[in-house]
Design a protein around this ligand. Structure first.
Ligand SMILES: *Cc1c(COP(=O)(O)O)cnc(C)c1O
Length: 411
């Protein structure tokens, strides 16, 4: 009997089953393909609480501005639908300022400065290309340098009379080498009065970039913060206001709900009160217990993996060596097809390893995770081999069959 076929009196338990969705164990941490981080209980309560009330959204966003300013050191802020929305709104605001007539005619940018400079190595795809956030507003990206090499002179030369803003991305997806240090980037942009917008969607540092000269920073509320799906935009008041006013323009289809704002603010205040070192030590202790559970698996080395952009937490990297008799991708596939399915981070799967991020692991899942990993290794050893390309193609074709690619279809 499927979950959907349950009698109403049997409802309760896991909402995913009631909705006909197979419960997964989320070891990706914050990946938005799994809905982002599991929200903090207090954020869930705040979202649920405000959903039952009417609230003046402009006033609510003014309250958000005060809370964000206090947390980040910015002059002002607001909550957006997500980071991607925040990036679009910041870029649009840099082009339009606060004039309603101009805001109302984007993405028509006639007569406006409409270029956004960005280092080529920052043109990441985090689920879609960040360049599309630029183009959505009507602006166009002016890329600077090569993927692995950018000079200060190249940035200066890319700035011209039509430059509206510069976008700087901090992410493990960015090219690792040869990028301009943030301080140099800001200095060159500010010398030409170009505002610097910083995409910090997944970064814990919510004030350092502003202190170092960023004009607007953007964080995700559903990644490290532990809120509901939303983004946090913080920065200089005039730019933040211009970005916020896009709500009556191109950002109307990117509307954040009152529940997203309430949850983001609840999460932000808890985040501010936390001691990062204590949180990190707690996560690390759990990772070490998991590593111990995996001891003795043939060909598999589990190691603590510090965050690549220096965020204050670690993950566990599992490298699959030749003695295992299968590849990392075989084990990932076995994990995904297991009962329950387990999702892990696979950004470096081509290099024979995958990563476990326990920031969204639920209470009680730790022993199950150890069992799932052992079972997946056994199934990978005995099952048919796959390649990374085949596995990716499998995922792609599942998406292409949507909505006929859900769990019901696969059974
Ligand atoms: C996740 C991510 C985004 C998008 O964040 P959302 O809040 O989900 O829109 C943008 N940029 C980077 C670098 C990201 O990692």
């Amino acid at each position: 009997m499927t979950a959907m076929a349950r009698a109403p009196e049997q409802q309760g338990g896991d909402i995913r089953e009631r909705l006909g969705v197979e419960p997964v164990i989320n070891l990706t941490g914050t990946l938005t393909t799994l809905g982002g981080i599991n929200a903090r209980p207090e954020a869930i309560v705040a979202a649920a609480e405000i959903l039952g009330f009417g609230v003046d959204m402009v006033e609510l966003q003014a309250a958000a501005s005060r809370a964000i300013a206090a947390a980040t050191g910015a002059e002002a802020g607001f909550v957006s639908a997500c980071s991607a929305a925040g990036i679009c709104m910041a870029i649009a605001g840099a082009m339009t300022g606060d004039q309603p007539a101009v805001i109302g005619r984007l993405p028509d940018t006639q007569g406006l400065k409409n270029e956004v400079v960005i280092q080529t190595g920052h043109l990441v795809d985090y689920g879609h290309p960040v360049e599309q956030d630029i183009r959505l507003t009507g602006a166009r990206a002016v890329t600077v340098g090569a993927v692995n090499q950018v000079s200060a002179g190249q940035l200066a030369a890319a700035i011209g009379p039509d430059t509206a803003a510069a976008l700087y991305v901090v992410s493990h997806h960015c090219a690792p080498d040869g990028q301009l240090p943030f301080a140099d980037f800001v200095r060159i942009c500010h010398a030409r009065d170009v505002p610097v917008i910083v995409d910090l969607a997944a970064e814990y540092d919510i004030h350092g970039y502003l202190a170092a000269g960023a004009d607007i920073t953007i964080h995700s509320a559903h990644k490290f913060l532990g809120g509901a799906t939303a983004g946090i935009v913080a920065g200089r008041k005039a730019l933040v206001r211009a970005a916020f006013l896009q709500s009556q323009g191109i950002a109307r289809p990117m509307k954040v709900g009152k529940e997203g704002i309430a949850a983001a603010l609840a999460a932000l205040s808890l985040y501010m009160a936390e001691d990062r070192k204590t949180v990190q030590a707690g996560l690390r202790a759990t990772l070490l217990r998991l590593r111990d559970q995996l001891a003795g698996m043939r060909g598999i080395v589990a190691e603590i993996d510090p965050d690549p952009t220096g965020n204050p937490f670690d993950r566990l990297r599992l490298s699959v060596g030749p003695e295992a008799g299968f590849q990392a991708v075989d084990m990932v596939r076995a994990l995904e097809n297991g009962t329950p399915p387990v999702r892990v981070r696979t950004h470096q799967i081509e290099h024979g390893s995958f990563v476990i991020d326990i920031r969204s692991m639920r209470d009680g899942e730790l022993p199950i995770v150890g069992d799932c990993l052992r079972a997946a290794a056994a199934r990978a050893a005995n099952g048919p081999r796959t390649t990374v390309q085949e596995w990716k193609a499998e995922r792609g074709s599942a998406l292409a069959r949507w909505p006929d690619s859900g769990m019901e279809e696969q059974r």
